[in-house]
Design a protein around this ligand. Structure first.
Ligand code: PEP
Ligand code: MG
Length: 878
C-alpha cells in the first residue's frame, strides 16, 4: 500500500514531488542535525487522492494519521490534551513549487477551552496562553471556513481603542480571554457551528482545508500564471509548535542569506520579538533588521548566521529561511531557494560561481529567462526625477522597476481598469492572497505596512513587478479612496510614478531611460553564449532596434520586414502609384523612386550589420494594406495621384480580397509583378556595392516569403540571380549573397526536401505556419483562444508557444529532410516563437542553426538556448 505520511526523519531533499518543497527541506534539515521541531508530512499523493475521491479523507489516510500521531507523541513525549505535556502543532501547506495563492498556515492547533488553561499553568503565563488561543480561533476560522479576516480584526481593533491599548502587547490576560469568547461567537455566527474543541477534529479539518486550497481560485490563477500543473497537488506539514510569542526572549523572523533585491552577499532579514510567524509576513507590525538581533541575543544571532551559511552551502543557492526563537532557543521552520529580483538573480549566480560554490552551468540553470527580460526594463531618468514632486521616500524597495499609472485602491478595481486598457498602481495598507489578480493587473504595488518579506513584496518579486512596501508616511484610506501624504492628498485616478529600485513615489508621470548592463550581467551572458547551441539573431529594421540587438550580442539579423519601410508618406504615395498603375512602364517609374529610398535603407542596415548575416525579406503583405481606407483619405490620394475619386474607388474595388492573408501576397506578388522584387533586389545590391566601395564587406541573405511550391521558388530565384549577375557585370564587382525562403505554409514543410535542394537557407515563419496549419486567423484568434484555454481545450496559445505535436512535427520533418538533402543549408526560425523559451527548448532538439526574435528578447533567447543545452546535457565546447 502507498505510504501517505512520512515523519521528518524519513524524508530528504530529493523527495519534493512527494513531500512538497517545505516537507522535503524540513526533512533534509533534520537529517543535517539542524534545530527543527519534530513533525510529519502528508504527501502530495494523499492530496490528489482526496480531490479525486470527491473530498473525503480515506480510511487508509486516517489510520496512518493515527499511527503517525502515536509515534510523534512517543518521540516528543507530548500528546493532544495531555495535562503535563501538551502537544500543540502547526499545519502548513507545501507544494513542490511554493504557491502564495494557497492556504498557508494554522498555528497553535490543539488548543481548546481546557487546553488553554493547561498551557497557562504550564508556562505560568495566562496572557501568552490566551494570545495563542485567539490566534488559533482567528486563523482556523479564516483558512478553514473562509470567515473574513475583518470580522475578527474589526472587533480586535475596536477593543484596543475602547480600552486605550496602543499595541497588542498592552492587552492583559483578561482582555484576551474576553476576546477569545467573542471570537468563538463570531466563529459560530459565521460558520453555523461551534469551534471544534477536539484537537483531532481540528487537525483533520485543517488537513482538508489545505487539500481544498489547492483548488481555490487564487491558487488556480497563480498556477496558470506560472505554468504549474494541477496534478502535482500539495503536501501538508504537521509540526510541533515552538512559541515566538512567549515573551521578550522569544521572537520570529524571516531572513535571506543574501539580499534578494540586489544580490549583495550579506544576511538580509527581519524579525519581531514576542510574535508569531504571521505577524512578520502579514506586515501588520513593522519588523526590525536582523542585524539588530546581535544586540538583543548575540549567541542566537551567531548561531543563526552559522545555520544560514551552512544551508546556503548545502543547497548551493540563496536561501529564504523562517525561524523562531523560544526563550533564546533557535528553531528553523523552513528553508527554500529565495525569490529574488532579476538583478539579484544575476549577481547571486555570478558570485556563487566566483566563490566556487556552483559551476557556470548551474548558474545558467539558476536564473529564470523572465529575469533577463526584467533587467532590460527602463529606469526613471535622474534629471526628470530631480524635478518631480516626491510623496514618499519612506518606503522599502521591495521589487524593482519604474512604473507610472493611475491610483486604484482595490484589487477588483485594478483588474477592471486594466481590462479597460488603463495602467494602474494598486495602493493598499497591505495585500493578501485574494489580491493576486489585481496585483497581476497593476503596473506596481504600494503598501503602507509590511517589510521586505510581506506578502506584497514576496509576490511582486516573484512576478517581476515593481513594488514598494512600508510607506509609513502615507495614509491609505480604501473607503474614501484617498492617499494622504505630508503635503497633500491624492485620490483614485490620480497619476503617480513608483520607483521600485529605491522605494520612492512621485506625483505624475516621470520620464524613463533604458537599462544599463552591469558587469555581472555581461559576464553571465558571456557564459550563456559559450554554452548556447543555437545562435540568436534579431528581427529588426530600424537603426535603434538594430543597435539594441547588436548590443545584446545578436549574431545577425534574421528578418528585415521590408514592408515596414513603405509607410512613410513620401514612400506610400509612390507605392500607391505602383499599385494603381495601368502598365509596366508606369509601375517601373513608381518603383524607381522607391528604389532610391530602399537603397538608403538597406545601406544603413548593412552598414550596422557589416559581415554578419542579414536576411532581407522581399515584400510580403497583400497590396491592399497600402491603400487608403477612409473617404477623406481616398479624396486626398486621388488628388495626389491625379486620378478621379471614381477611378480610385474602382481600382480599390478590384484589389479587394475576401481573404487577403490567403490571397495576393508573399511571393505571389512577384509572380504577377516581377518588377517589385527586381527593384528590391537592385536596391539591396546597390547598397552592397556602395558599402563595398567604402571597404565594408556585407553578407546579405535575400528571402522569398510564403513559398508553397518549388516552382515558385525556382522561378523567383532565377529572376533574382539574373538581376544580380547583370549588376555584377555592369559594376565589375563580385557580389556575395545567398537566396533562401521562408517556410511558413504546411505544403512547404511537406516538400522541404525539394525546396532545400534549391535554397541556401530556410527560415520558419511560425506565425503564418501556425495560422495556416490550425486554420486560425492570426488576426482573429484572440476572439476565441481564451475560451479554449478556459475550457481546457487548449493549454497553450500556439501563437506564443510552439504546438509540439502539430506544428512542431512539421518543423521537425522539414528541417531533418532539408539537412538530409542539403547539409549546408542554414535553418532558422523567425516567427514569434523564435523568442519563446519553451519553443526554443524544442528547436534545440532539431537540426536548426539559429532563432531570431525582437531585439529585447535576444538576451532571454540566448539564456533559453543555453538552459536547454544544459538540461539536455548536450554541451558543446566552444
Ligand atoms: C511569420 O509568419 O512567422 C513571419 C515571421 O512573418 P510575418 O509575421 O511577417 O508574416
Ligand atoms: Mg509570415
Amino acid at each position: 500500500m502507498t505510504k501517505l505520511i512520512y515523519a521528518f526523519d524519513e524524508g530528504k531533499k530529493g523527495m519534493k514531488d512527494l513531500l512538497g518543497g517545505k516537507g522535503a527541506n524540513l526533512a533534509e534539515m533534520k537529517r543535517l542535525g539542524l534545530p527543527v521541531p519534530d513533525g510529519f508530512t502528508i504527501t502530495t499523493q494523499a492530496c490528489i487522492d482526496y480531490l479525486e475521491q470527491g473530498g473525503t479523507l480515506s480510511e487508509a489516510l486516517m489510520s496512518e494519521l493515527q499511527d503517525q500521531l502515536a509515534a510523534f507523541s512517543t518521540r516528543t513525549n507530548k500528546a493532544f490534551s495531555s495535562n503535563d505535556n501538551l502537544l500543540l502543532v502547526s499545519v502548513r501547506s507545501g507544494a513542490k513549487i511554493s504557491m502564495p495563492g494557497m492556504m498557508d498556515t494554522i498555528l497553535n492547533l490543539g488548543l481548546n477551552d481546557d487546553n488553554v488553561e493547561k498551557l497557562a499553568r504550564k508556562t505560568n503565563d495566562e496572557r501568552f496562553a490566551y494570545d495563542c488561543y485567539r490566534r488559533l480561533l482567528q486563523m482556523f476560522g479564516e483558512v478553514v471556513y473562509d470567515v473574513p479576516m475583518t470580522a475578527f480584526d474589526t472587533y480586535f481593533n475596536d477593543y484596543k481603542k475602547q480600552h486605550g491599548y496602543e499595541i497588542d502587547a498592552d492587552i492583559p490576560a483578561e482582555g484576551l480571554q474576553e476576546i477569545c469568547e467573542r471570537y468563538k461567537a463570531i466563529y459560530e455566527e459565521k460558520v453555523d457551528k461551534p469551534f471544534p474543541q477536539e484537537p483531532i477534529v481540528q487537525l483533520t479539518e485543517a488537513i482538508e482545508a489545505v487539500f481544498k486550497s489547492w483548488d481555490n481560485d487564487r491558487a488556480r490563477v497563480y498556477r496558470q500564471l506560472n505554468d504549474i500543473p494541477y496534478d502535482i497537488g500539495t503536501a501538508v506539514n504537521v509540526q510541533e509548535m515552538v512559541f515566538g510569542n512567549s515573551g521578550d526572549r522569544s521572537g520570529t523572523g524571516v531572513a535571506f542569506t543574501r539580499n534578494p533585491g540586489t544580490g549583495e552577499a550579506k544576511l538580509f532579514g527581519e524579525y519581531l520579538l514576542n510574535a508569531q510567524g504571521e505577524d512578520v509576513v502579514a506586515g501588520i507590525r513593522t519588523p526590525k533588521d536582523i542585524a539588530t538581533l546581535h544586540d538583543q541575543m548575540p549567541h542566537v544571532h551567531q548561531q543563526f548566521v552559522e545555520v544560514s551559511q551552512s544551508l546556503e552551502q548545502h543547497y548551493k543557492d540563496m536561501q529564504d529561511i523562517e525561524f523562531t526563537i523560544e526563550n533564546e532557543q533557535l528553531y528553523i521552520l523552513q528553508t527554500r531557494n529565495g525569490k529574488r529580483t532579476a538583478n539579484a538573480a544575476i549577481n547571486i549566480a555570478v558570485d556563487l560561481v566566483r566563490e566556487g560554490v556552483i559551476s557556470k552551468e548551474d548558474a545558467i540553470k539558476q536564473v529564470e529567462v523572465k529575469s533577463i527580460d526584467q533587467l532590460l526594463h527602463p529606469n526613471f531618468d535622474e534629471q526628470a526625477l530631480a524635478q518631480a514632486t516626491v510623496i514618499s521616500k519612506a518606503g522599502l524597495p521591495a521589487s524593482p522597476g519604474a512604473a507610472t499609472g493611475k491610483i486604484v485602491f482595490s484589487a477588483e478595481d485594478a483588474k477592471a481598469q486594466a481590462e479597460q486598457g488603463e495602467k494602474v498602481i494598486l495602493m493598499r495598507p497591505e495585500t493578501s492572497p485574494e489580491d493576486i489578480e489585481g496585483m497581476v493587473a497593476s503596473e506596481a504595488i504600494v503598501t503602507t505596512h509590511g517589510g521586505m518579506t510581506s506578502h506584497a513584496a514576496v509576490v511582486a518579486r516573484g512576478m517581476g513587478k515593481c513594488c514598494v512596501t512600508g510607506c509609513a508616511n502615507l495614509e491609505i484610506n480604501t473607503q474614501q479612496r484617498t492617499v494622504t501624504f505630508p503635503q497633500g492628498v491624492l485620490s483614485e485616478g490620480d497619476i503617480v510614478s513608483v520607483d521600485g529600485a529605491n522605494g520612492d513615489i512621485y506625483v505624475g508621470e516621470v520620464d524613463t531611460i533604458s537599462a544599463q548592463r552591469s558587469e555581472a550581467f555581461s559576464q553571465f551572458m558571456q557564459w550563456s553564449e559559450e554554452i548556447a547551441q543555437l545562435s540568436v539573431r534579431m528581427n529588426a529594421e530600424t537603426p535603434q532596434d538594430i543597435a539594441a540587438g547588436y548590443q545584446f550580442d545578436a549574431t545577425g539579423i534574421g528578418l528585415v520586414r521590408t514592408e515596414h519601410m513603405f509607410f512613410a508618406p513620401e514612400r506610400l504615395v509612390e507605392m500607391r502609384r505602383f499599385i494603381l498603375a495601368h502598365n509596366h512602364d508606369q509601375r517601373v517609374a513608381a518603383l524607381n523612386k522607391i528604389s532610391t529610398y530602399q537603397t538608403d535603407d538597406f545601406e544603413k542596415i548593412l552598414r550596422q550589420s557589416e559581415d554578419r548575416p542579414t536576411i532581407i525579406r522581399l515584400l510580403d503583405p497583400p497590396l491592399h494594406e497600402f491603400l487608403p481606407r477612409s473617404e477623406e483619405e481616398k479624396e486626398s490620394v486621388a488628388i495626389q495621384l491625379n486620378v478621379s475619386t471614381r477611378e480610385l474607388n474602382q481600382n480599390i474595388e478590384q484589389l479587394h480580397e475576401v481573404n487577403p492573408m490567403l490571397g495576393h501576397r508573399g511571393c505571389r506578388l512577384a509572380i504577377t509583378y516581377p518588377e517589385l522584387y527586381e527593384m528590391q533586389v537592385e536596391a539591396i545590391m546597390n547598397s552592397v556595392i556602395r558599402l563595398k566601395e567604402q571597404g565594408i564587406e556585407t553578407n546579405p541573405e535575400i528571402m522569398i516569403p510564403l513559398v508553397s511550391t518549388v516552382e515558385e521558388f525556382k522561378t523567383l530565384k532565377a529572376m533574382i540571380i539574373d538581376k544580380i549577375e547583370r549588376m555584377a557585370q555592369e559594376n565589375g564587382h563580385e557580389l556575395n549573397y545567398a537566396i533562401g525562403t521562408m517556410i511558413e505554409t504546411p505544403r512547404a514543410c511537406l516538400i522541404a526536401h525539394e525546396i532545400a535542394k534549391e535554397a541556401d537557407f530556410f527560415s520558419f515563419g511560425t506565425n503564418d505556419l501556425t495560422q495556416l496549419t490550425y486554420g486560425f486567423s492570426r488576426d482573429d484568434a484572440g476572439k476565441f483562444i481564451n475560451a479554449y484555454a478556459d475550457q481546457g481545450i487548449m493549454e497553450i496559445d500556439p501563437f506564443q508557444t510552439l504546438d509540439v505535436d502539430g506544428i512542431g512535427q512539421l518543423i521537425k520533418l522539414a528541417s531533418e529532410q532539408a539537412k538530409a538533402v542539403n547539409p549546408n543549408i542554414k535553418i532558422g526560425v523567425c516567427g514569434e516563437l523564435g523568442g519563446d523559451m519553451k519553443s526554443i527548448a524544442y528547436f534545440n532538439t532539431l537540426p536548426i542553426d539559429y532563432v531570431s526574435c525582437s531585439p529585447f528578447r535576444v538576451p532571454g533567447a540566448i539564456l533559453a538556448t543555453a538552459q536547454s543545452a544544459v538540461e539536455s546535457g548536450r554541451l558543446s565546447v566552444k
